[in-house]
Design a protein around this ligand. Structure first.
Ligand SMILES: [Zn+2]
Length: 257
């Protein structure tokens, strides 16, 4: 009696396993070269890329860890690719979400833009390790935190970052700043290039003024209050630049840098 049922069931199981394997086959899994760093795995297509990025992870991941003090700190998974899926991004964190659950993630570092690699690795390590109360940061502030820490850890990238930020056009109204503080992972895809640039800009202004510890306090308070993301009013109050767009615009060019 059992046998006729057993066979189709095994076929179903085999199919399910095949489906799982094919879903799990990502750029990360396909990259043939591997380097274990002690803080996670770096993969890629050339020994040179893998060794260089492996060295950066070994150097930078523990320093980012020390600054953020994450709750879980999963080992990082980084892949160096010839052509990133998003050619406009030099590095990004790829997240696979299925039915509302994060099933896989890895950091992609493009093989172009080598002189910025330390900055990019530090920045992506911040996204990777910013868990616990850091989950309460709105996206712009998480970007600002990542840029602030990467600036601290890599002076070369810092110069490039500050140059880029200084060339973002001034905000036309305070509404633009408030809108940037309300950007979420969900709304990011629908933003224009200018709105994305503004979000990074606002995130950096806030992060530089509050510092890592100021952001941590806001995040911990939001966690205590059971607020999913820090409300923009709290950020504006804490920053102390008022609702005056001129003051915000001047902030980016004023010291301390
Ligand atoms: Zn980022």
């Amino acid at each position: 009696m059992g046998l006729p049922h057993f066979r189709p069931m095994r076929a179903v199981l085999t199919l399910a396993l095949l489906a799982l394997t094919s879903c799990a086959s990502t750029e990360f899994d396909r990259a043939p070269m591997t380097c274990e760093t002690g803080f996670g795995t770096v993969r890629g297509f050339t020994a040179e890329d893998v060794e260089e990025v492996g060295r950066l992870v070994r150097d930078l991941a523990p320093r980012v860890h020390e600054i953020l003090r994450p709750k879980h700190a999963e080992p990082v998974r980084v892949v160096v690719l010839d052509t990133p899926a998003d050619p406009s991004a030099k590095a990004f964190t790829h997240e696979f979400v299925r039915k509302g659950h994060l099933v896989d993630r890895f950091i992609v570092v493009g093989s172009a833009g080598r002189h910025l690699r330390a900055f990019l690795v530090a920045h992506e390590c911040v996204h990777w390790l910013a868990d616990g109360p850091w989950d309460r940061l709105p996206l712009a502030l998480e970007e600002g935190l990542a840029d602030l820490i990467a600036c601290q850890l890599d002076p070369v990238g810092r110069e490039a970052k500050l140059y880029d930020l200084a060339h973002v056009p001034s905000a036309a109204s305070f509404d633009e700043i408030e809108a940037a503080l309300r950007v979420t992972r969900e709304s990011w895809a629908g933003l224009t290039a200018a709105e994305r640039e503004r979000a990074y800009w606002v995130g950096y202004v806030v992060a530089r003024r509050l510092g890592v510890e100021g952001l941590r306090e806001l995040a911990e308070q939001a966690a205590l209050d059971g607020v999913r993301l820090i409300p923009s009013e709290r950020v504006v109050d804490r920053v102390g630049l008022g609702r005056n767009v001129q003051t915000w615009n001047e902030s980016i060019n004023s010291s301390p840098r």
